[in-house]
Structures are given as structure tokens and as C-alpha cells.
Design a protein around this ligand. Sequence first.
Ligand code: GLN
Length: 538
Amino acid sequence: MAEVKYVFVTGGVASSLGKGIISSSLAKLLQSRGYNVTIQKLDPYINVDPGTLNPYEHGECYVTIDGAETDLDLGHYERFLNVHTTQANNVTTGRIYKTVIEKERRGDYLGKTVQVIPHITDEIKRSIKLVGKTGEYDIVITEIGGTVGDIESLPYIEAVRQMKWDEGLKNCMVIHLTLVPFLSASGEHKTKPTQHSVKTLLEAGIQPDVLVLRTEMELTQDVKEKVALFCNVDKGAVVQSVDVSSIYEVPVKMLEEGLDSTVLNRLQLDLKDDPPLLAWRDFLEKQAHPKSKVTIGLVGKYVELPDAYKSIAESFAHGGAANECQVDLQLIHSEEINPENVKSQLEHLDGITVAPGFGARGIEGKITAVKYARENNIPFFGICLGMQCAVIEFARNVLEFEKADSTEMDPKTPYPVIDLMEEQKSITYKGGTMRLGGYECNIRKNSKAFETYKRTEIIERHRHRYEFNNKYLDDFDKAGMYATGINPESDLVEIMELKDHKWFVGVQFHPEYSSTVVNPHPLFVNFIEACCTRENIL
Ligand code: GLN
């Protein structure tokens, strides 16, 4: 078996420069050249996984098919590469320490003082190589979270330094992403922050092989040459990444800059054929030249931080392009919706989505939004908590179950139409204990769900503790709200639909986690199609 090649991506100067997008774009290009590539994210925080983090902290928690709660960058990896990631693709400092401490308690290090070097760094290296060892990949790209110089990321940087010697210099390389600001007062791009950032890496024993410079405006050849000279890298290995309007343009930009060929040369791998990126370019073309436009409201309570709904927003971008339709996704704060103002808040929308979420805050606004969509025949798409809100609304206003609720919001409700799953009742630990990851669902024919998926068996990803209470299934069915998707093993309701409505579908799962550029999720595609009428044509 050929040796696995490791590419590390570090960041300097500022956070949020888009290491995830650069890693994903490089991976996409290498994949298009015929290599099997995966991407891994190492996060320097002490939470074992981001499942316990409030979305205001780090944005959405992304869930993989094997049920890992992970950083939202894994969503980008899957959306770009169209391949699944797993728990092994996201490691945090918390997980590293937890493993090392468990080994220590088991007696694995008996007699030794357990230290950051070598024990923590060995565990980091083991986690990196675990992905490579599956035999599935030619190249593993590992993104190091944070910014070089942070105390938290030091052990990771040290592990990268050691990896270069363990795996051989031709099998490991480092790409460093920095910011080159433009000072309008002097009319110049400034390279000093990049020089300092590279110096910080050098102090840790790492000479970067490639520099990717984020910039608002094109850099001149002079600037690139100056960076090359001062930072001790090859001229051809200084790559600019200019701001673009869609993240999906970045692979094409990186191809123009030759990032993929620079990497392959450095790793002594064949260039193979130029990547055609046909499906990718087709997507970009459709995204840039829409034939219609719809306005969709996303009702949620984390609207101050759009990253909290990253995968939903991207799924709308994919589904929009598939329909050659520009989706204007408007985030609407659920706490600001009430029965008096709902019309003025929502009447301009072509479709309404109610977002996932936890806890009681903003729930009544979501339920009011569902009522408005149901009564006014506006296409409605409820995701996880959004589906649960649709069930509660129907119970209260159609079945006339007064004070019907989810026991998450009102544990004493007389009509617990959404209730805790039986296996959840004894769980007190919060980390990793929800119903997580891929579960099967059987779809009833003669439903919107069947029209959408065009098959009866699907697998979708989950992240919830509560579920539809099957005690009420008959009541809902008789009144016109049907369970059209059921888990074959547990009988849990996965999809609820209204019969006499243009498009009204609630799903207990998270379709947004599995939508990709070349494989947009059918529910988003179909929902956008339903939102688009003659008036929406441009
Ligand atoms: N809070 C709800 C539950 O736990 C919904 C979760 C979600 O929307 N992801 O079941």
C-alpha cells in the first residue's frame, strides 16, 4: 500500500480566515484529480465535542452519519467532497485528554510521569493517523483550529512538527493561511503580520511549505515575492485567496492559483489529469444565473449568529441552484413573532421554515408562524423542533387539545403530543446522549415525502431527545395530519404532513446535514420548487 500523505493547514494573523473552506477547496481539487482525500479538524477547546456548546459559541453542531456531534467545518468538508465524515474526523483537546487520562487510570503508562510531550502529542498523532490507517485515503488534510501562537494549540503544532519526522518530509507538508490587510491611508498591502505569524510557526520548529494569503483585493506579484523572500518559501508556493461572493467559487480560484499542483509536487505525487470540475462548474453557473427568485423565512431563535443555521443556509443554496432559483433566506427571530404581528412579519414570504432548537425560548413565536403557514396555504418546512412545533400547533388549533405541548417546554401539559423518548428518561449525562446519527425511515406512498424522495426507504441523521407521542397518532390521522415516515424498528414518527395543503412537511431528522453541492437534498429542492410560482420568475 502506498504511503498516506498528510497536509496540515494552520492559520495566523486573525481567526475566521476560512481554513475550513481552503482545506475543502484543496481537497475538492485533489479529489477531482483522482485522489482519495479526507479532511480532519483538530479543535483546541476542552469540550469533548461541540454537542454541549450553545450555538452562540461556535455556531451549529454538525452531526455525522455515525452519530458524532462535530464542528461545523465538517459540514463544509462533506458539502464540498460529497463523502461522509465520521467521529475520527473531529478531535478536540477534551477528547485527547480524556483518552490519555483513561489510559493512565487503566495503568497503561504505569510508572511513567504523564506529560504533554510525549503522551498528549502521541495521542494527537495517533488520532491523525487513525484516519490515514483506514486504507481509504491517499491524502489526509488536517485543519488545526485556532491561530498559531494560541496557548491551546501548542500541543497540536508540536505534534505536526514531530509528524514531519515520523512520516518523512516528502509525506508531510504545512499550508499556512494568513491575512494580508490593505491600508488605504498608505495605499498598500501589508505583509508584516504574515511575516510575524510565520516567525511564530518557526519558533515552534515548523517551516510552512505553502502560504495562502487572504486578501480583499488582488495582490501584486511584488507583494507575493516579498512574502516568499521574507518567509522562506518558494515563490510559486505563495497563493492569494481573494474575497469571492460564494464560498463555492474558492476551488476554482485555487485551481487558477495552482494550489493543488503545488501541493502534489511538494508531496511527490503525480498531477494526473486536470480536474474538470464539471458538476461543480454547472452548479456555479446556475447559482450565478438564476431564472427565478424566492424569499424564504427561517424562523429561529439564534438569528443573531447565522452560523447557527449554517447547514440549512447551505442546503438552500444547493436546492436553489438545482431549481435555477435564487433563494433569499431571511432569518426571522421567533421571539419577535406574536399573533398580532405575524401577518406583517411573514406575509411577504414565499415559504416558511421553522428551525431546529432546544428549550422554551421563542417557541410560541415558532408555533404562531406554523399556524400562519398552515392557514394561509404557504409552503412550510419544519426541521426537528420545527416539526414538533407543527404537531403542537395542529393539536392546539385543529384537534382543540388545549395547552397541548412538548414535555420539553411544559412537563405538566395535559396533552404531551411531543414527549421524551422512553430510552431518554433515565439519562442524566448531557454529552453525546441524544438520539444521534443515521436511522432508517420507511416512507408511505401517496405522500409529499414519497414524491420528493421517489423511494420508500431512506436513512437520515438525527439529533434530538423528544419525539411524536404515538398515543395520538389516530387523532392526527383522522384530522388530516399524517405520519408519512416511520422508523421501521422503533415505530418513531419521522415525517408528518398535512393533506390539504400546498406543501406542509415536518421532519424529525436533519436533512440539512446531508445536502451537498453535487447532491442537493431532495426535500430542500422540492420545497423551493413548491415556493416558486409564476410571480417568482425573473
Ligand atoms: N429540542 C428538541 C428535542 O430534543 C428538538 C431538537 C432539535 O431541533 N435538534 O427533541
